[in-house]
Ligand binder design. Structure first.
Ligand SMILES: O=C(O)[C@H](O)[C@@H](O)[C@H](O)[C@H](O)COP(=O)(O)O
Length: 243
């Protein structure tokens, strides 16, 4: 770690939990999420879980669904979504239904974010309304990160990024665009993601670690949106990493 004043981001990076393999990371993260959820249900009668899309979380979903949880008291939604029909390969709702909401976990309450066939503003409103149905603060949030430093669907150089990162916004969701992608996205705003009790950032591979270090050392949130997630003191962020 470079010399200089410790920031929340540098402290979070220093506290990262490193595992020997992606499988061990997924197992440890699934176990911890189950504990957070179990505690939330015990304390408040129900618990909410927000999960990302992508490939990295799949082993976490497949492990988590095997753990004994009061799934009918668990409320699940997404940190972001692709604006495609649910039967589209790219849909995160499809990913969650396929890999997480199976077996006993199928009893959980699931709130997709995207409404097909509406414009951006209406879709943002539908996304916000869906999230309004979950217990908040959210009990557990899992986020991934791209090797470009995006998290959720907050992408560098996206014109909508300022809206998503605006600390004064009441919006829960913003329509965004990944570079060179055939579909648009919806992302939870930073403000909404931080209305949580516990956040995990789950990354695998040396390239993503290098990006995370660059994001923390450089401190440029518009170049590395993930920096905004780490450089705050509202919610603890737990980095789960393996090479
Ligand atoms: O909808 C998505 O794609 C995710 O929410 C996104 O933010 C993801 O976490 C990163 O792109 C990493 O994706 P991988 O896990 O596939 O590397």
């Amino acid at each position: 770690m470079g010399i200089g004043r410790a920031t929340p981001a540098t402290q979070t990076l220093e506290a990262a939990q490193r595992f020997a393999s992606p499988a061990q990371t997924a197992g440890a993260l699934a176990q911890r999420v189950s504990e957070v959820i179990r505690y939330g249900v015990k304390a408040r009668g129900r618990a909410s879980l927000l999960v990302p899309g992508g490939r990295t979380p799949i082993p976490v979903f497949e492990r988590l669904r095997t753990l004994a949880l009061p799934w009918d008291q668990v409320y699940v939604s997404l940190t972001d979504e692709r604006r495609v029909p649910e039967d589209d390969e790219a849909s995160n709702a499809r990913l969650v239904r396929t890999h997480l909401l199976q077996e006993d976990a199928a009893r959980a309450h699931f709130y997709p974010l995207h409404r097909e066939g509406v414009g951006e503003r209406a879709d943002e409103a539908a996304c916000g309304a869906a999230l309004g149905l979950l217990p908040r603060p959210f009990d557990a949030v899992i986020l991934g990160m791209g090797s470009d430093g995006h998290t959720a669907s907050m992408f560098p150089d996206d014109p909508a990024l300022s809206r998503a990162l605006d600390t004064a916004t009441d919006s829960r969701c913003v329509a965004t665009q990944a570079p060179d992608a055939p579909y648009a996205r919806l992302t939870l705003t930073l403000n909404t993601l931080l209305q949580s009790r516990w956040i995990a950032l789950h990354i695998t591979g040396a390239a993503k670690w290098a990006t995370l270090r660059k994001a923390v050392d450089g401190g440029d949130t518009h170049r590395f949106p993930v920096h905004a997630l780490l450089n705050q003191r509202h919610v603890p962020v737990h980095v789960y990493y393996s090479p």
